[in-house]
Design a protein around this ligand. Structure first.
Ligand code: TRH
Length: 369
């Protein structure tokens, strides 16, 4: 039986940054258990966007203690890992799979985050394979009987340090992010293309309190020109509408994105990884879920809203943002921000009580040896 020291994560980048974002995070967290970690990914440019020190030309490189390898058709490897994580049901290369069978490796099918009821029944189940490979399902989640979320050991102490206005200002200056006005409500905006953006910005501009909104250059910028036909849509621009200052900022390295979430009073996020980070930030959240053709994302969104026990105003805003109609209940959400923050803190507490995902995963593996 192998000693379960070597972990390999396989990731294919389908679209966007969630797949590589999650697997990179997992790789980093596994290091804290003194594991040897390698990450195979088929798109190094996507990793570079989140981790700028990545060199997309290097098929093999050490990044922050992780061996990152460019996964092309057939991976060249000298030693197979003891634990192999197949992220989001990507198919493992046949030669690698054969080597796993010979070695006695354990395989984990790391699934997408979800709060749907069936997840709690499937988490940790064996996925029987014809060739006898030992393979198990593992689900990130915020409910009992799931794997929990990935987070750093010092998450809470870092968040506490970042509450100092001085620290926030130093961070803003370092990343060319305009310092928010003293009395402003701060909002971060990360999402997919969304026609309701114009309605959102108009409503924000009419709010009695000033608003500083931060929009990293991404798909959500798509409809900006309907409201600002003359504007240059590029990082460094601030677009003004009534009480609203909309700051277009660079897409940040993944590590820095957390600080943006911690800076703000309300965070709009998309996909699963940024949602997880927004939940850990303990601030109210509006989730633009990744839309699927069969509309299954609506059930997933509803299940999340239920698991979060989402207060009415925030619930309405989440639904209308995903319907891409208009932003219902936005004014109420803004006026209830401090109550919503208290609720978000309770959600964060519950998440932390589930334990951290990489720790849960390592114990799970050990229980199977
Ligand atoms: O990029 P995404 O839309 O990824 C999605 C989802 O994972 C979806 O479920 C999947 O099926 C689809 O891709 C193919 O959203 P997500 O998951 O939030 O990932 C975004 C990553 O980008 C996350 O790791 C945070 C990071 N990020 C930064 O590093 N810097 C930034 O400035 C911003 C805005 C995000």
């Amino acid at each position: 039986m192998p000693s379960m020291q070597r972990y390999a994560i396989f990731c294919t980048v389908i679209d966007n940054y969630g797949d590589i974002g999650t697997t990179w995070r997992l790789a980093q967290q596994l290091l804290r258990h003194n594991k040897q970690v390698e990450l195979w990914v088929d798109n190094l440019q996507a990793l570079q966007k989140l981790v700028p020190q990545t060199n997309p030309k290097h098929i093999k490189q050490q990044l922050s203690g992780i061996l990152v390898q460019h996964w092309r058709n057939i991976p060249e490897f000298t030693q197979v890992a003891d634990v192999v994580i197949e992220a989001f049901a990507c198919t493992l290369p046949e030669n690698y799979r054969q080597a796993m069978l010979a070695h006695g490796s354990i395989c984990i099918n790391l699934e997408y985050f979800s709060c749907e009821a069936w997840v709690q029944g499937c988490h940790g189940l064996r996925s029987f394979q014809q060739d006898g490979l030992k393979k198990y399902f593992f689900f990130p989640g915020i409910q009992n009987n799931t794997g929990g979320l990935l987070y750093e050991k010092n998450l809470l102490s870092e968040q506490r340090l970042f509450q100092s206005v001085h620290t926030q200002q130093v961070w803003c200056q370092q990343w060319q992010i305009p310092i928010p006005r003293t009395n402003a409500i701060k909002i971060s905006l990360f999402g997919y293309e969304n026609i309701a953006l114009a309605d959102l910005l108009q409503k924000l501009s009419q709010h009695p309190q000033p608003i500083d909104a931060y929009l990293p250059i991404s798909k959500l910028c798509h409809y900006l020109n309907t409201l600002f036909p003359e504007a240059q849509i590029q990082a460094g621009e601030t677009l003004i509408l009534g009480q609203l200052q909309l700051h277009l900022i660079d897409f940040l390295p993944q590590k820095e994105f957390d600080y943006l979430l911690w800076l703000c009073d309300l965070n709009f996020v998309r996909g699963e990884d940024s949602l997880g980070r927004a939940l850990l930030a303990a601030k109210p959240v509006v989730w633009h879920i990744y839309p699927t053709e069969d509309n299954a994302h609506w059930e997933k969104l509803t299940a999340f809203i239920e698991a979060y026990e989402m207060p009415k105003s925030l619930h309405e805003l989440n639904i209308s943002w995903n319907q891409q109609t208009s932003c219902h209940a936005l004014a109420t959400v803004l006026s209830e921000c401090s109550d919503l923050k208290q609720h978000a803190t309770l959600v964060q507490k519950k998440i932390l009580s589930l334990g951290e995902l990489s720790t849960n995963l390592v114990s799970f593996i050990e229980s199977k040896v």
